[in-house]
Design a protein around this ligand. Structure first.
Ligand SMILES: [Zn+2]
Length: 310
């Protein structure tokens, strides 16, 4: 029996010192948390996650630009180059042209890049090539919509999310979604992407009704420490029959689960999320581990560490 932390930020030097990173990795592996996914939140942060994942066995990474970054120029400029390439492919007939000329124009204005400026190879253009080469890149995320704090730019978030989903589809990867106070818009937007692979709604904490819609639409639900201390309505009626749609995560360094509240969160704490679910459903921790690990291996196409050893 082993667990996977499907969403953490252990690579991020803003939260973890290099010695903590090593200590927490070792502690996780010793506690049967055998694989860890480090989630990128910006262009630069994703590349840090990549370096970290490539330096440690059983650590994987994702490429993401968080919705709160949607108005930051540098990432958008980088991303623009990729979507320009994607839309060029679409125009050549390999797919549907999703990016309208009008929205490209708006984006171009915002980032100060001219549409016809083909002689502008960027860092990210090479990054996309690198992305498709990195074998332990497992998803695009975290990406999504976040209306929680006043002053958010809805249209910038929409533009960014659409382009990131396009990127995921072109790389044949699932997404790790961060959606806060924005699920109705999110559901509408993703319905335009029938080719999107089954993906995770990370740190789900929305209403019961939206949980039902998410499950109906085929999303996997990322559950973390929040469930252990926040008494969320959405989990009150959650049934063990949904175990085949749940993945476990820590979102470390945030949201430390009970009983470790007050300490910095780390991947080994995913065990406490599994125990919470085991108590809630009245099924063994073994069964929680087996089912949630099976889900995470399937969604993110992770190698089975047991098979690797034999
Ligand atoms: Zn996160």
């Amino acid at each position: 029996m082993y667990l996977v932390d499907s969403h953490c930020h252990l690579h991020d030097p803003e939260f973890f010192t290099p010695s903590q990173q090593i200590e927490f990795l070792k502690e996780a592996f010793e506690s049967n948390v055998c694989q860890i996914i480090c989630i990128g939140t910006s262009h630069a942060d994703s590349l840090v996650a990549k370096t970290f994942a490539e330096a440690h066995e059983n650590v994987f990474w994702t490429y993401g630009i968080h919705p709160e970054e949607a108005t930051k120029k540098e990432d958008f400029k980088s991303l623009f180059e990729v979507t320009k390439e994607n839309s060029r492919i679409s125009r050549e007939g390999h797919g549907r042209l999703r990016v309208s000329v009008e929205s490209e124009g708006r984006l171009a204005d915002r980032v100060g890049v001219r549409l016809d400026d083909e002689k502008n190879p960027t860092e990210f253009f090479q990054t996309k090539k690198e992305l498709s080469k990195s074998s332990n890149l497992v998803a695009v995320g975290e990406i999504g919509l976040d209306y929680h704090y006043p002053g958010y730019d809805k249209s910038a978030q929409f533009d960014l999310l659409e382009r990131m989903i396009d990127l995921a589809i072109s790389l044949d990867l699932p997404c790790s979604f961060h959606v806060r106070d924005a699920l109705p818009d999110f559901f509408t937007l993703v319905s335009n992407f029938p080719k999107l692979k089954p993906s995770v709604l990370h740190s789900f904490s929305d209403s019961k009704q939206n949980l039902e819609i998410a499950l109906e639409k085929g999303f996997f639900i990322g559950i973390n420490g929040l469930a252990t201390f926040a008494n969320l309505d959405c989990y009150k009626s959650l049934d063990p029959c949904f175990l085949d749609r749940i993945v476990l995560e820590t979102d470390a360094p945030f949201l430390t689960p009970a009983p470790n509240r007050g300490k910095i969160n780390r991947p080994s704490n995913v065990i406490h999320v599994a125990r919470w679910l085991s108590d809630k459903f009245g099924v063994s921790s073994q069964e929680i581990a087996e089912k949630t690990t099976k889900n995470v291996l399937k969604i993110f196409n992770l190698p089975n560490p047991k098979l690797e050893q034999s």
